[in-house]
Design a protein around this ligand. Structure first.
Ligand code: KIV
Length: 273
């Protein structure tokens, strides 16, 4: 179980920000109440990622995730937690237009879900927005490197920072989002030495996903890590369980027993006194 300091029963944003260079921050994604309840005791924060579009809704990209979906799932995850800090991903199109648009939608997410902070993708170009939100009371987690919401510009889901120019830009993105006041920055699919160098260069907590063990914490998409989403498994995912196989086996056993007439058994039926 995580031992991060708790205030009012829940890990806070300052608790996470204070973990720079300390005990690694543990995080997983969650989109639903039952999953949040299972994961809550084991993580410092749960991320209601817009990966829900792909993992939960079967969309090809995260672009179809709406503010309404985000709020409904964010609220259910908050209801399913009492220990973990909950961070909600702002969906594509809900913050890129202007700092004012970002504030309006972030405020809705915070007030309608009860989450502690939001995450937005982007580097230098989003620094002004990050600063704007933080000044107005909204804690922001950054997200640099591979940015799934920009997949059409990037031309695919590829590891980042392989060439000098790309690496320089990602380092500048990290510095800009850190300077703007983000309490943590997700670094996704970035070559290991660069993720390590960023973690050493900035005072902000870094959360790696396909980045480096040197990051100040790690996050994974839960369904990837437990074998419940087999459509595509990135190189950086380790399977910690094969839950999908277990569910398939349970469904097969159920079907066999219903077909054979052995379920429901007498103990599953109501009987007269
Ligand atoms: O949407 C998401 O789940 C994320 C994580 C992959 C960091 O952004």
């Amino acid at each position: 179980m995580s031992t991060a300091k708790k205030v009012n029963g829940r890990v806070t944003i300052p608790d996470i920000a204070a973990r720079k260079g300390g005990k690694p921050v543990v995080s997983l994604t969650a989109y639903t109440y039952p999953m949040a309840r299972i994961l809550d005791p084991h993580v410092d924060f749960l991320l209601v990622g817009d990966s829900m579009g792909v993992v939960l809704y079967g969309l090809e990209t995260t672009h179809g995730v709406t503010l309404e979906m985000t709020i409904a799932h964010g609220a259910s995850v908050v209801r399913g937690t009492e220990h973990a800090c909950v961070i909600v991903d702002m969906p594509f199109g809900s913050y890129q237009e202007s700092p004012e648009q970002a504030f309006r939608n972030a405020a809705r997410i915070i007030s309608e879900t009860g989450c502690s902070g939001i995450k937005i993708e982007g580097g230098e170009e989003m620094a002004e927005t990050v600063r704007f939100l933080i000044k107005r009371g909204i804690p922001v987690m950054g997200h640099i490197g591979l940015k799934p919401q920009s997949v059409n510009v990037a031309g695919g889901y590829r590891s980042q920072g392989r060439d000098d120019n790309g690496a320089k830009q990602i380092m500048e993105d990290a510095r800009a989002i850190s300077d703007a006041g983000a309490f943590a920055i997700v670094i996704e699919a970035v070559v290991e030495p660069l993720a390590r160098a960023i973690t050493e260069a900035i005072p902000t907590v870094t959360i790696g996903i396909g980045a480096s063990p040197a990051c100040d914490g790690q996050v994974l998409v839960t369904e990837d890590a437990i074998g419940m989403f087999a459509d595509f498994t990135p190189k950086f995912v380790k399977r910690f369980a094969e839950v999908g196989e277990g569910i398939g086996q349970a469904a097969a056993d159920y079907a066999a027993q219903v077909t054979a007439g052995t379920f429901p058994a007498p103990e599953h039926c109501y009987h007269k006194k």
